[in-house]
Design a protein around this ligand. Sequence first.
Ligand code: F6P
Length: 379
Amino acid sequence: MLKRVAILANGGDVAGLNPVIRAIKRTAEENKIECYGFIDGYKGLVENKFIRLDHQPIANGILPRGGSIIGSSTNTIVFNYKVTNPDGSVEYKDLSDLCVQNMMNDRFDCLFTLGGDSTQKSARDLYIKGINVIGVPKTIDNDVMCTEITFGNNTAVSVAAEALDRLHTTAETHHRIMCLEVMGRYAGWIALESAIAGGADVALIPEIPYDINKVVDSIKRRIARGKQFSVVVVSEGAKEKNKEASTYNADIDSKTGISVKFAGAGDKVAKQLQDLIGLESRCTTLGYMQRGGTPTAYDRVLSTKYGAKAMEFAMEGKFGILTVIKNGKLDYVPLEEVVGNNKELGAVEGGTEDSNIRYVTMDHELVKTARDIGICLGD
Ligand code: F6P
């Protein structure tokens, strides 16, 4: 019998975190289970900081709210936790045993981990150490293995599609090429879907290294047809054939594995196109607009389904799992499968090119659809 459960949100925020928290909390309330939230993700678990959520005003009215009422921390791995000593020196320590101890002392029967690949890797590792864990797949990037859709992605795609609608009118008015850089790290889901939803002419994704001359040809063909403007979506991780992606500070916190920050892919493409085509080109980087604000109705429903089902799995005693959508239906897979080849306990992982993430595959129907309607993918 479950008595007390806790939730943590880890990694970059997405619209949909609060609806998941609400669904877990409400399902807990319906079943007379106490529900708590660790503050700022794994950081709260390490520092044992949590708040009660069931029947509390703080957790009321949160369905349409962006962000997370219990915060979230990025670049936090309990197996390699950054500790600043009183003399200012920095050390990385394995604090996983402390987390297990905190869970036991506070008599939590289950921990819900809302997060992406890195968060779920740590969740799997904590499960091996004895914590009853259930993961819920969160990320705008939609790159978590074993699930067809992560919560937060649909809102990000909708924001990008709206931005493309707006860029279209200004591109057309000024006869310009408008590039929109969107997020997604090593996966092109946001770029590809928003390009289709927003009627873009070109979509450059990390999985298809681009040849700029192919992009130039496709835009010139549009010009020849009398279209003096084009709209180009550039995924932040997009790269030219035989070149690296545009990044900065490539070794930020390499101990945590979150080593690469993307920046500049869209600017680079805009400059190349202006130089090679002669039409004025501009780049808009959408950035954190994709993560903030109210979730779409789709994300509210998906998040609510995920949260309620995760709580159901907990009541059935299914732990060490990720709640997923498989063949369009709610299901679960062992976290072991999500982790894939990265089996080593506590190993630095997550947010890297080698992580076990879900890439856009060349036979995916979105790729085919894009090609069918003449979106240039740069190859
Ligand atoms: O993984 C989600 C994401 O928004 C990526 O799309 C983006 O590259 C990254 O996080 C940005 O991370 P940060 O919040 O650390 O700047």
